[in-house]
Write a protein that binds this ligand. Structure first.
Ligand SMILES: Cc1cc2nc3c(=O)[nH]c(=O)nc-3n(C[C@H](O)[C@H](O)[C@H](O)COP(=O)(O)OP(=O)(O)OC[C@H]3O[C@@H](n4cnc5c(N)ncnc54)[C@H](O)[C@@H]3O)c2cc1C
Length: 425
């Protein structure tokens, strides 16, 4: 362990963590282990935001950037296709354009290399960080280890559509197997015999109820003396040029340090800390469908057009691709509903009876990397957001890193790729 770094403070701080999603709750737990008194600030129940409705995959294989040159090449066709995995609200285009431009620039070689190395630096720590929390919270029954399948109805689509990903997995030593039709059906007899093969991402794990998982972690946090203030953090509170806490809808919360873990909504507070960041919400939807008579054993990504069918403790969850829109735009549930007939092609036993529908906000920077670190001008403000499509996977990793930074410990990896003042292209 290294000596305490400038800006770090001893144990026993009062720390306010804005946001009680997977990132905020995991951060709170790791901070408590260092003896800090932690308050989660969130108007909503822990784990009820985007962390509740995801596909539940602890996806250590998701090391590719979220935006690739291939996506930009296909963009016109995708935007015209009602079931494509990328949608855009045209009326929000002016607001989206700067992010899209940066995302396009980030598809160049050196930016892609930086993104992959940065993502993999975090994903490689994800299982260990989750295991600690799962064990401490006694949440083992929510956890499964069957990997996930990317399934295609066409063999050449499978080969071509996964080639870049497989090359990246080979390079970083992430395990996978290519399966033919019979092997896929042995693993998942509920899938259609139309399936021609799959990429089996064996290194991944699954959480069968993401909201219950975060709730379980939050219950542990409260048992250990953590507090939850149900309020919206409006601004950072300053005194004598130093951050002294938060101004919230329910009054001021005094704190020795503040962690901003508000997911897609973190921009306003980050700006208060001096960082005007190109944070965009990549919206996503899910539909909950009835449990299958012949169950799925692992999440299945259906390659055409691109959606996930994930077995959950309370049914099958169909999760959609990305819709780019402003944070305020109302949800458009026709997006996931259009996928239902296609889902039945992969899973003929699936009932199209929708039990519930949901929309969430993936918090994304254009270079695909999260922001994890101290604010440059305010050493007692920590930024922890932007975990894009893999925030469930990375929340505990980020929580550990933030606790290390607060304690002045060496987190054991180079944090330069996640700095708030990096180049976003
Ligand atoms: C359809 C879909 C599928 C996904 N599938 C996966 C998957 O399989 N695996 C995976 O790893 N990831 C997945 N993700 C991504 C993952 O869900 C997110 O990256 C993750 O939940 C982000 O967590 P968070 O804690 O940063 O944000 P959130 O869960 O959104 O939590 C942020 C919290 O901050 C609070 N907040 C916001 N502003 C304020 C404020 N001013 N004051 C106080 N509180 C505030 C909000 O109320 C919220 O509770 C998926 C996402 C979607 C949409």
């Amino acid at each position: 362990m290294s000596a305490a770094s400038p800006g770090s403070a001893p144990a026993g701080q009062r720390i306010a963590v804005v946001g009680a999603g997977i990132v905020g709750v995991a951060t709170g737990l790791f901070l408590q282990e260092d003896g800090h008194s932690v308050t989660l600030v969130d108007p909503s129940a822990p784990g009820s935001g985007t962390s509740s409705g995801n596909a539940g995959i602890i996806s250590v294989s998701s090391i590719m950037p979220i935006v690739t040159a291939d996506i930009f090449a296909k963009l016109p066709a995708m935007l015209a296709d009602p079931v494509a995995p990328l949608k855009l609200r045209w009326r929000d285009l002016a607001g989206l354009a700067p992010w899209l431009l940066r995302a396009a620039l980030a598809t160049r070689g050196s930016a892609v290399e930086r993104a992959m190395a940065g993502i993999q630096g975090l994903t490689s720590r994800a299982l260990a960080a989750h295991e600690v929390l799962i064990q401490r919270a006694g949440a083992g029954e929510l956890f499964a280890s069957n990997g996930w399948l990317k399934v295609a109805l066409d063999q050449s689509r499978l080969e071509k559509g996964t080639a870049t990903e497989r090359a990246a997995l080979d390079r970083f030593g992430v395990a996978y197997e290519m399966l033919g039709r019979d092997a896929v059906l042995d693993l998942e007899p509920a899938l259609s015999s139309e399936v021609k093969g799959a990429l089996w991402l064996t290194a991944n794990r699954e959480i069968r109820h993401p909201q219950a998982y975060v709730e379980r972690l939050a219950a542990l946090f409260m048992e250990r003396g953590g507090m939850h203030r149900r309020s919206v953090a409006r601004r950072l509170a300053f005194a004598d040029g130093r951050v002294k806490g938060l101004l919230t809808t329910e009054g001021t919360i005094e704190a020795d340090s503040v962690v901003i873990a508000a997911g897609a909504f973190a921009g306003r507070l980050a700006a208060d800390a001096g960082h005007h960041l190109p944070l965009q919400s990549e919206r996503g939807y899910h539909l909950m469908l009835p449990t299958l008579a012949s169950p799925l054993h692992r999440p299945v990504y259906c390659m055409d057009p691109g959606f996930v069918l994930a077995p959950m403790a309370h049914g099958v969850r169909l999760t959609s691709g990305v819709e780019l829109a402003s944070l305020e735009a109302p949800p458009d549930f026709s997006i996931p509903r259009r996928l239902l007939p296609l889902a039945r092609r992969y899973l003929p036993g699936l009932e199209e009876r929708v039990l519930s529908e949901w929309q969430g906000f993936r918090p994304s920077l254009p270079d695909s990397l999260p922001v994890i670190g101290r604010a440059v001008r305010h050493a007692n403000v920590y930024l922890a957001f932007g975990h894009q499509h893999i925030g469930l996977t990375l929340g505990p990793v980020t929580g550990r890193i933030i606790a290390d930074l607060v304690a002045g410990r060496d987190p054991g990896l180079d944090l330069a790729p996640y700095r708030p003042d990096r180049r976003y292209w």
